[in-house]
Design a protein around this ligand. Structure first.
Ligand code: ADP
Ligand code: MG
Length: 338
């Protein structure tokens, strides 16, 4: 006879909780790169070096010159749901930093070998934490996070990774996205010991020209419009800078790269009269607004956002892009823009 005996309910051990969370937060090497770059920027870094080996699977090292972490807080930094960025619901609703969930370091260290070396401005030397142990170390002000052997302990996950070149490509794209948003920070990216990209601190027009290419630089319109709490600024590509793939579309909300249906649709609609249906516009545009008007806590990787008044945002973006495009097409056909 079979008797039905339900399995008991057990609280999951902390390590397993982190590994489950890691599935959402760091689903591939590029997600680790994104989280660590965001931490460096939140720490006020002006110089960031990214070193990858074997597509990031073997190693991801990110070196920043930011504020660093005080030694006595190092164990906390590695803990799940521990953050210096928010401490109340009110702060969550007004969050201006890129991070706030306090999950990245804990998640990453549950699926990789992580060591973090850091030094604050007033510390006599650096400190390192690895496996929960804090020891004195050497190093300049800032933080170095060294992540090795990603998913060594979760082989099922490791099997889902693509080729080294593909994973590296995703990592490089993440660096480009962030570098486009922060021309006031210098970045360098290397893969397997070779420097792949290096961007000095510059203005946005120069940074976007180096990242998106001279073709874009030669066929772009500056845009800068404000309405109430909304400001849209950056560059939109002319139809001649459009592409057969949607791979040169960079939209930022309060400095955060997003891929948002509403925003993509608004831009697309604005191009409708000047672009064939099978062409994709190129653009680098930033929407800035009061953080209280947008919810960034919709998705663990924060790539989607939700606006308090999505209709107003859609209309604003549509009209701003549409007006800029309409003026040039009027000029191109010899009519005076009205
Ligand atoms: P979150 O960024 O959401 O706070 P993380 O797990 O990414 O969570 O980081 C935990 C904490 O560790 C941060 O709140 C921050 O105080 C500290 N930290 C992480 N990375 C850095 C860094 N590169 N420089 C300075 N502090 C850092
Ligand atoms: Mg973070």
């Amino acid at each position: 006879t079979t008797s039905y005996s339900p399995r008991p309910i057990l609280a999951l051990p902390d390590h397993l909780i982190s590994q489950i969370a890691a599935g959402e937060v760091v689903e591939r090497p590029s997600a680790v790169v994104k989280e660590l770059l965001e931490n460096a920027l939140d720490a006020g870094a002006t110089n960031i070096t990214v070193r990858l080996e074997e597509g990031g699977v073997k190693r991801i090292a990110i070196i920043d010159n930011g504020r660093g972490i005080p030694a006595d807080q190092l164990p906390l930094a590695m803990q799940r749901h521990a953050t210096s960025k928010i401490s109340s619901l009110e702060e969550l609703e007004n969050v201006a930093t890129l991070g706030f969930r306090g999950e990245a370091l804990a998640s990453i260290s549950s699926v990789a070998v992580l060591s973090l070396t850091t030094r604050t401005a007033d510390a006599p030397h650096a400190w390192q934490i690895e496996n929960g142990k804090v020891t004195p170390a050497s190093g300049a002000q800032g933080t170095t996070v060294d992540v090795q052997d990603l998913y060594y302990n979760t082989p099922a996950r490791r099997k889902f990774l693509k080729s080294e070149q593909t994973e590296f490509g995703h990592c490089a794209e993440v660096v480009r996205r962030i570098a486009l948003a922060r021309p006031d920070v210098s970045f360098s990216l290397s893969h397997n010991g070779k420097i792949v990209d290096h961007w000095n601190i510059s203005a946005i027009d120069k940074r976007s020209a180096t990242i998106l290419g001279e073709g874009f630089a030669a066929a772009r319109l500056p845009i800068d419009e404000s309405a109430g709490p909304l400001r849209l600024h950056g560059f939109i590509g002319l139809p001649t800078a459009s592409k057969g793939r949607a791979d040169s579309q960079y939209f930022y909300v309060n400095g955060r790269f997003v891929r948002d249906k509403l925003l993509t649709h608004a831009v697309r609609a604005a191009y409708q009269d000047v672009l064939h249906g099978d062409r994709y516009p190129s653009y680098v545009i930033a929407l800035d607004l009061d953080p209280a008007l947008v919810d960034v806590n919709v998705h663990p990787s924060k790539i989607e956002v939700r606006f308090r008044d999505s209709r107003a945002v859609h209309q604003f973006v549509f009209h701003a892009v549409n007006r800029a495009l309409a003026q040039t097409s009027a000029t191109a056909f010899g009519t005076v823009p009205g």
